[in-house]
Ligand binder design. Structure first.
Ligand code: GRF
Length: 229
């Protein structure tokens, strides 16, 4: 249990994280949790790849992991099988929030709707522009001046749920897809813990009628952060 700034004990938000790769965003959450900087408990990590480095990060932090990559015969797991196992595992962990952090499979509407907790996703573009893959390359090709990342509610339509927060950077004349990827990832590492803090403290809501929509005195979402570093 952690203590917020008004000394009210607040119950940690139980978070399950879905990953496919390196897990640098997962690491940021682990570090913040261990430092007592975020009122969260990471109750488990699910990976659809058995070679994801995120699994090492979770195991090193004594967080339970579930690897749902292949079936017993050695064949790669189809999405329906993945979803059935993932749903069962999530129900067992009882998360308050499911975080897709670099999770690279497209989930079905029925999995999302029947999940035991709301789901958020971290996406490397300023949604609604550049849904899907290769966002950095597409930003450069379009000659955009601004780029960044978004955290949005997950719904059946890919990368189309309510955007909660965004972090923005100016595209530099010398930027390449690789440099943008690295710069955007640095923003992600700040945006994700900030967003989870706002959710944990009920400043942001994942209810159908979001807090800001219900309150005419607050700005409409997404909350945009210009993060300097
Ligand atoms: C992030 O850059 C995210 O935008 C993209 O996948 C990457 C995951 O990075 N969807 P990591 O696994 O958290 O290091």
């Amino acid at each position: 249990m952690s203590i917020d700034q008004t000394s009210q004990p607040i119950k940690p938000l139980r978070i399950a994280v879905l990953v496919s790769g390196s897990g640098s965003n997962l690491q940021v959450l682990i570090d913040a949790m261990q430092a007592g900087a975020l009122p969260i408990e990471i109750v488990g990590v699910i990976s659809n790849r058995d070679d994801a480095y995120a699994l090492t990060r979770a195991t090193d932090a004594a967080i339970p992991v579930a690897v749902l990559s292949h079936v017993a015969s050695g064949k790669r797991m189809g999405i329906k099988t993945f979803e059935a196992h993932a749903n069962e595992q999530l129900i067992a962990w009882q998360p308050d929030l499911i975080v897709l952090a670099g999770f690279m499979r497209v989930l079905s509407g029925s999995f999302i709707d029947n999940a035991p907790a709301p789901m958020i996703n971290l996406h490397p573009s300023l949604l609604p522009v550049y849904k899907g893959l290769d966002t950095h390359q597409r930003v450069l090709q379009a000659g955009d001046r601004y780029h960044g990342c978004s955290i949005h509610k997950v719904t059946a339509e890919l990368d189309a749920g309510q955007v909660l927060t965004q972090a923005v950077l100016s595209v530099d004349i010398n930027d390449t897809a690789e440099s943008l990827q690295s710069r955007v990832q640095k923003l992600e590492h700040k945006l994700l813990p900030w967003t989870i803090l706002l959710l944990a403290k009920n400043v942001l809501s994942l209810e159908a009628e979001s807090t800001s929509q219900a309150n005419q005195y607050l700005p409409t979402l997404p909350l945009q952060l210009f993060i300097t570093s």
